[in-house]
Design a protein around this ligand. Sequence first.
Ligand SMILES: C[S@@+](CC[C@H](N)C(=O)[O-])C[C@H]1O[C@@H](n2cnc3c(N)ncnc32)[C@H](O)[C@@H]1O
Length: 268
Amino acid sequence: MTEDTKAVAAAFDGLSHGYAASFIDNELAADARRRAHMVYARSFHAPALIADVGCGPGQDSVWLARHGFQVLAVDCSPSMIAMARQAVDQAGVGSAVITWQGDGFAPGRLPEIAGQLLDGVLLGFGPLNFVSDLEQALRNIRAAMRPGGVAVVSALSSRCAWDLMWHLATGRGIAPRWHRSPQTVRISDVDCPISYWSARQLIHAANRFFHLLNVTAVGSIAPPPYADPLMDRLPTARRTLCRWDERLQQTRLAAAIADMLWLELRAR
Ligand SMILES: C[S@@+](CC[C@H](N)C(=O)[O-])C[C@H]1O[C@@H](n2cnc3c(N)ncnc32)[C@H](O)[C@@H]1O
């Protein structure tokens, strides 16, 4: 593992239980995950073999296995991969899932562990924010896949309008995301490299190795999940914002200002 990936692993080791807990009772996060699952349902076709790279505590690995997929769940954090193993076993789908702790972007490793080229790859909820060379990461992901396979990749955007307004409104100045990447973020006492990507950067980097099928923007009209405690006081407004967010999710404007971007890509 590179030094950067070791730092990410240490950071997420410290965060693992807090990360899983942050989704409990968070309606904005739940809505984002429900919509991510709609993207997976449209892009992947069971019984394909899908690598869930940066699987975290394993929510999406469980979803994939429950929907008939074979899953290679990968995370660089030992604590996250232990939680993912526990989650798939507890859900009764452990036999459909191989778990592997390592660098999901390391060249050649995913097909070696899986014993074959992958039918699909999921980079769900932002593992791409922890790579500094976006093009190289996508090249390695493409090389792990069979031609015609589908990758669903997501990243926190560098141009989230809500994030900018939130930081300005709370007197914290320009949101770090709007500064030039890569940056350093402190996660559970570890300085961790992080890069935010615009829709244009993601599409440009992906274009060399994949055909772009779809872009879905989440969090252009509805605020990011960290605003959920505030929105608890305004449940009707939250529902309305989420509804409009979903209606506009495939427009260029939404992609330009969203919190998170999802690209569906077919391997060239
Ligand atoms: C924001 S979390 C997303 C977790 C999960 N996909 C989800 O849906 O909640 C990012 C995860 O990616 C993992 N990660 C980051 N870089 C990685 C790498 N190079 N190889 C494997 N996992 C990585 C982190 O350890 C962390 O668990």
